[in-house]
Ligand binder design. Sequence first.
Ligand code: OMP
Length: 224
Amino acid sequence: AASTLQPYQQAFIEFAIEQGVLRFGEFTLKSGRTSPYFFNAGLFKSGRALAQLGRFYAQAIADSGLETDVLFGPAYKGIPLAATTAVALADHHDRDLPYAFNRKEAKAHGEGGNIVGAALAGRILIIDDVITAGTAIREVMGLIEAAGAEAAGVVVALDRQERGGDDRDPRSAIQQVEAAYGMPVVSIVTLDMVLEYLEVHAGDELRGHAEAIRAYRDRYGVQN
Ligand code: OMP
């Protein structure tokens, strides 16, 4: 299926490349696959980059029409993502939502509990970077269920659109998460959009990476 790259999505891809977050080359994934590209959200590492990143997440949330009561950032990498998204929703979309994150280790004294920030109540929107196998999301779902709250969905920066580890299952890890928990997973951009960007909009220097990515997509990708 052809993707339709919106202006903010093209701007996000250009921003991620410029920040060194989206890279092309040869990378070994958690799954063991050798990928011709990698997205490292930890490299949005200045004040301005983080503010800009929050605006892209906020735009994707606004576009999705998802209804939510609390933003949640899974430790560790989701914490600054949820924080900057909360700021951008308030500053640019007039939506002042509560936000929360978890500690990895339960606290033995003081306020107790491993949730920091807003209480997990109502519809929780999880803010994360990339879902590959879905391991991190399963942990977060446990926290939300334990609090008696409900997951509204997940927002990630990039949907890699590749199959999960099980070769008999043609779905992506994201599609599996959507089916298992009955909630949508929204992304700022998809791999198809990155490909469209490289093939149609990018300069000669970047266009050369499209072929390897298309081959990777043919081998590991899901049908849309
Ligand atoms: P799961 O928790 O298994 O879904 O894997 C998500 C993790 O994959 C991320 O948190 C990263 O550690 C890693 N990752 C990326 O960050 N970017 C990529 O482009 C690919 C991966 C990966 O290893 O698959």
